[in-house]
Design a protein. Structure first.
Length: 254
């Protein structure tokens, strides 16, 4: 658990070149599991979105069933993104300890991810209905939510949204430029009919994880979050118990 406070913080620059270079270095000789996870995701995506993709090619109108399947895929895509974030956090921190089972363990957060997806959808739709721009801004504000619930499985969902909002405050444009810098790789994926995505996706996911850790470090240094809350709470509980015992002893003596 963590403590979240609202204070002003001095902005630290995001060095996207350094982050992307670190991601490439981290993946060097360690592509096995990231590629395997990417392949699993691509297969599932193809199964769910085959008719949708074909409709763009053939011009056939989508049925109500196709639209439902598309929404279901969006739901499962978020669940997978949480499991993927769970894997990549371990992969970046302890590369040798991360494997395919780590990815599967991420699905233990299924129900929390489900509630998070529903709340995220409602919030983004609400903001978008106001105006398109506020909806886009909030999308970047909540862009770290899936990492947060993967990093802190016990955190309240509402706190995850608050923390993502705090971590991205003043960095939304930086985050936009960060993802925009992958445009060339995305175009390569399109040109190769998705084949290049086998390597591009692990690269982007590793870089995105390092970006999250960078934003989190800034938040910790700025005292936006306190990762030692549990220790402080335990210490306070011990002191409170000692105080109660002392008062009880004094009453007995009187």
């Amino acid at each position: 658990m963590m403590n979240i406070v609202f204070i002003e913080k001095e902005k630290k620059l995001i060095n996207r070149v350094e982050i992307k270079t670190e991601a490439k270095t981290h993946l060097r000789g360690n592509w096995k599991y990231p590629i395997l996870i990417t392949l699993v995701t691509l297969v599932l995506s193809t199964l769910f979105n085959f008719r949708t993709s074909m409709s763009y090619v053939t011009g056939i109108r989508l049925s109500a069933t196709d639209v439902v399947f598309s929404f279901i895929w969006q739901f499962f895509a978020f669940i997978i993104s949480v499991a993927s974030a769970f894997f990549y956090l371990r992969f970046v921190r302890e590369r040798e300890a991360a494997n395919f089972q780590t990815f599967l363990d991420g699905f233990n957060l299924f129900w929390k991810a489900t509630l998070t997806f529903l709340l995220l959808t409602i919030r983004l739709i609400g903001w978008t209905l106001l105006l398109i721009i506020p909806g886009i801004i909030k999308a970047f504000a909540y862009s770290q939510v899936h990492f947060i619930i993967a990093d802190y499985p016990d955190i309240k969902i509402t706190d995850a949204f608050r923390l993502s909002n705090l971590m991205t405050r003043g960095y939304k444009l930086d985050i936009f430029v960060f993802y925009l810098s992958f445009l060339g790789w995305i175009l390569l994926t399109l040109i190769t009919f998705g084949i290049a995505n086998i390597f591009v996706s692990p690269y982007m996911d590793t870089a995105a994880t390092k970006l999250y850790l960078h934003l989190k470090e800034n938040a910790v240094q700025a005292s936006l979050i306190d990762t030692n809350t549990d220790e402080k709470e335990s210490s306070e509980e011990v002191n409170e118990e000692q105080k109660d015992e002392g008062e009880a002893k004094n009453e007995t003596e009187v």
